[in-house]
Every structure is written in structure tokens, then in C-alpha cells.
Design a protein around this ligand. Structure first.
Ligand code: FCB
Length: 479
């Protein structure tokens, strides 16, 4: 195939990314580690949630997951064999502080020390996320993210890991997708801790924002190398339908995007968000000085992108549609937005039911760049679940996941187009290194470029892994 560029369907080939552009993969602690009772780890809200009957598909839990805790060296070798330049992993807070407070658990620190040293020994850059949703259960018992004290506890946790690993981590990310932690955790209840209280969700938004700011300050006080600081947001690419589209977009953009970028990057909550949510709260939990703490300079803004969102104001007749891409568990994750409808979008779709729309990624990167022109960006997650099939080929078992390669190609084309339009985009992390525990859907959704056999826990690189390995070794999108 000859190199093709400028394809209307984003199926370009042969595109060259800058030498400095980083290609990596991403995972999260609860989704891969297993060994939940080992090394002094305390319970997290996801242990409690997944062990509550009916909350996770098929009754799946992270008890064993990919058994990464015991297969660390094998997994590090696997990353090396795939030419990964960087690895984005998360640190499980309950491995470091089993009850969320107090002295560090040495066995927990040792485990992540081995992760980091193993990466560095293999020439892979460590990118660490402090919080990818596994809150120590003991803190949830005291109110979780509805409570200011959880943000204060997070500051202490950040200091501990900063002191332990602050000589070796290249990029620190405070939070992964605080949108999900706040709204899926406390409003819809689709995620742990499974609460369905709109006020709690808005309190969580603020305390997560505060935790972000406090953690950056704490890290900066103790690290000894010269790392980059970041946060990862799942910014929503929202499109409006019909005459009410713009109003619906404004509201969902406020709750979904500006509730985080406002305080973090502009130093204030958007006035329209405060107005829209007046029926729930006067936001008096925002204390004097909080916004200064939250508004930290960050070196990189991480964006996770999977698909787009289509909204309009509900006209009050017929059934209100709620195809927002999140597991439908009855309650809405969108506080004070009962009049907003989420419309189904044209396919094709991934196994998650998410529409495949690479132009959304280009649009997102350009929009963020326009609003924050000096802010370097990184795609910290992008990828797709498909119903993979293992075939027994002459040279052994294989997964010919052409659909995933196509998804990645199209989104990398979008990323490259954004780069060409002047967006300061530094890297791309495929979600995910390997199949894993996909939250409320358990093990039913496979996002990995490496297959995991959940009976034997064997790893099998899919075709997409080989394809990605070529990209990661050349920085050139294969033809
Ligand atoms: C993101 C999460 C990640 C994974 C992907 C599919 O929202 O950050 O852990 O579940 O979605």
C-alpha cells in the first residue's frame, strides 16, 4: 500500500510523527493488578462495589484481574517487546496507605518501586497516575469525595509517593477522569461507591479539584528530579441537535468539561455552572483560597478520548433519551440536567456501543488548544473494545483484530492533523496494554492490544500489538 494522506475517513498511512512524540500504553491498578489481599493492601471502594451482587456484570471483581502483581516482570518484558516508549500506570492508594491515612506501607512502596525501576531498566518512561478510582474504603466510610478531609488525605498520600518515587517519575498525573469519579461514583452510581445523590456529586467535583491542586503542591515540595505535572480529563466532545442544541451543549459542557478546566486552568468555576446547579447547592463548600490551590500550572493536560456526545433540550414529550455512553443504571450522572436529552449517534460502534468518530478527537484537540494556547497536551487514553476472536493459525493462536487497528489508525490520523494545525501534542497512550477489568462491565469488554486468557492468564499479543510496536519503533503510522 502506498502512503495515503488527507483521507476523508481518516484512514491515512505513512504519516510521520515528530521524533520527540511519545508512544505508550496505559493501564490502571484495580483493572490489572489482582492480589487484593497481598502486600498489606487495604480494601478500596472498588473491592466493596464489585463484591456487591448485581453491580458489576457477571459478578466480576478485580480480585485476580490480570494478576499483574505477580507477573510484573513478564509484563515489563512484554512492553519492551512492543517497543513502548512510555507506560502510564496508576498507583493504588490502598497499597500505599491501607486506610487512606497514616504511615506508608513498605510492601506497597516496594511494588511500585519495582514497576518504576523495571521500566527504567528497559528504557521505558514511567508516567504515574496517583488516583485512578481506587479510593481506600476507610475514607469512603468517612464521606469519600463528598468530604473535604479526603482531599487533605490525598495531599498526604501525594507527599508519601513523591518522597518515595520523586527521583524517578517523568510525568505525574494527579487524577484520572475526575468526571467519572464524581458523577458516575456519586450521581448515577454506575461506579464505586455507587451513590445516587446529585449534591454529593457536586461536592465530589470540588473536592477532587482541590485534591488535584493540593497534590501538585505536595509533589513539588518533595520531588528531586525535574518531572512534568499533569491531570487527565475525559473532556466531552459535545455536539448539539436542532434549535435547542446550543443551550444543551452549554449545560453539558459546564458539568462535563468546564467544572474541571474552569478551576484548574482559569482559577474559577464557570458562572453558568453555578447558576444551572442552584437548585442543588449554593457551592458554599468552596472555601476561601481553594481556587488558588486548584489553579496550578501544569506542564501537560492529559485528554482521554473515545467518542462524541449528541444533545438537545428534551421537549417533555415521549421517552427522554439518555444515550450518553455510560452504563445505564437508572439514575442520571448529570446533576440538574434533567431536561437534557442524549441522542443516539450514527455508527459504526465499538463493543461498548460508543460511536467511532475520529473527527471528534481532532475537534477536541483544536478546541482545547484554542482555549489554552500555551498548554501542552497528551492523549493519555484512546482505544477500543471489540469482540476479539482467537484463531488457531499454523504458527499458533492469534487475534486478527483489524477493527482495532483501523480504530487506532483513524484516531492517530486525527492526532496528526491536530499537530499539523499547531496543537502542541506530546504523545499518545493506547488504552490498553492488555485486556482487563472494565469497571461495571467486568471482563466482558476487551480493550487490550494484548489478549489475556482469563482462565490461564496467558498473554497473547493481538495483531494490533504488532502494528503498534512498528509505530512505536518508527514514529510513523504504518502504511
Ligand atoms: C476510561 C477509563 C479507563 C478505561 C477506559 C475504557 O474512562 O479511564 O480506566 O476504563 O475508559
Amino acid at each position: 500500500m502506498t502512503p495515503t494522506t488527507g483521507q476523508a475517513d481518516y484512514r491515512d498511512g505513512g504519516l510521520q510523527f515528530p521524533r520527540s512524540f511519545v508512544f505508550g500504553s496505559a493501564t490502571a491498578s484495580y483493572q490489572i493488578e489482582g492480589a487484593v489481599h497481598e502486600g498489606g493492601r487495604g480494601p478500596s471502594i472498588w473491592d466493596t462495589f464489585s463484591h456487591t451482587p448485581g453491580l458489576v456484570w457477571n459478578g466480576d471483581t478485580g480480585d485476580v484481574a490480570d494478576d499483574h502483581y505477580h507477573r510484573l516482570d513478564e509484563d515489563l518484558d512484554l512492553m519492551k517487546s512492543l517497543n513502548l516508549q512510555a507506560y502510564r500506570f496508576s498507583i493504588a492508594w490502598p497499597r500505599i496507605q491501607p486506610t487512606g491515612r497514616g504511615p506508608a506501607n513498605e510492601a506497597g512502596l516496594d511494588f511500585y518501586s519495582r514497576v518504576i525501576d523495571g521500566l527504567i531498566a528497559r528504557g521505558i518512561t514511567p508516567v504515574a497516575t496517583l488516583y485512578h478510582w481506587d479510593l481506600p474504603q476507610a475514607l469512603e466510610d468517612e464521606g469519600g469525595w463528598t468530604s473535604r478531609s479526603t482531599a487533605i488525605a490525598f495531599e498526604e498520600y501525594a507527599r508519601i509517593v513523591g518522597e518515595a518515587f520523586g527521583d524517578r517519575i517523568a510525568v505525574w498525573t494527579t487524577l484520572n477522569e475526575p468526571w467519572c469519579s464524581a458523577y458516575l461514583g456519586y450521581a448515577s452510581g454506575a461506579h464505586a461507591p455507587g451513590r445516587t445523590e446529585p449534591l454529593a456529586a457536586l461536592q465530589a467535583v470540588h473536592h477532587l479539584n482541590l485534591a488535584h491542586g493540593l497534590a501538585i503542591q505536595a509533589l513539588k515540595r518533595v520531588v528531586t528530579n525535574n518531572p512534568k505535572y499533569s491531570v487527565t480529563l475525559n473532556l466531552h466532545v459535545i455536539r448539539g441537535e436542532g434549535g435547542t442544541g446550543p443551550e444543551a451543549v452549554r449545560r453539558i459542557d459546564g458539568l462535563g468539561n468546564r467544572a474541571f478546566t474552569g478551576p484548574m486552568l482559569h482559577g474559577k468555576y464557570p458562572a453558568d455552572l453555578l447558576d444551572d446547579t442552584r437548585e442543588i447547592t449554593d457551592w458554599s463548600f468552596v472555601e476561601d483560597g481553594d481556587l488558588e490551590v486548584i489553579n496550578q500550572d501544569i506542564d501537560i493536560l492529559g485528554v482521554n478520548y473515545y467518542s462524541t456526545t449528541l444533545v438537545r433540550v428534551w421537549d417533555g414529550t415521549g421517552e427522554k433519551l439518555n444515550a450518553d455512553g455510560h452504563k445505564d443504571v437508572g439514575a442520571s450522572p448529570w446533576p440538574a440536567a434533567d431536561n437534557i436529552e442524549f441522542l443516539p449517534q450514527p455508527g459504526p460502534y465499538t463493543e461498548m456501543g460508543w460511536n467511532i468518530e475520529p473527527s471528534g478527537l481532532e475537534e477536541l484537540l483544536l478546541a482545547v488548544h484554542a482555549e489554552f494556547p500555551n498548554q501542552p497536551l497528551m492523549i493519555t487514553e484512546n482505544g477500543a473494545a471489540f469482540p476479539d476472536v482467537v484463531t488457531q493459525d499454523a504458527d499458533g493462536p492469534a487475534v486478527h483484530d483489524g477493527d482495532r487497528i483501523d480504530y487506532l489508525r483513524r484516531h492517530l490520523t486525527a492526532a496528526h492533523r491536530a499537530l499539523e494545525q499547531g496543537v502542541d501534542l506530546r504523545g499518545y497512550f493506547v488504552w490498553s496494554l492488555m485486556d482487563n477489568f472494565e469497571w461495571g462491565y467486568g471482563y466482558s469488554k476487551r480493550f487490550g492490544i494484548v489478549r489475556v486468557d482469563y482462565d490461564t492468564l496467558e498473554r497473547l499479543p493481538k495483531d494490533s500489538a504488532r502494528w503498534y510496536a512498528e509505530l512505536a519503533s518508527t514514529n510513523r503510522l504504518p502504511d
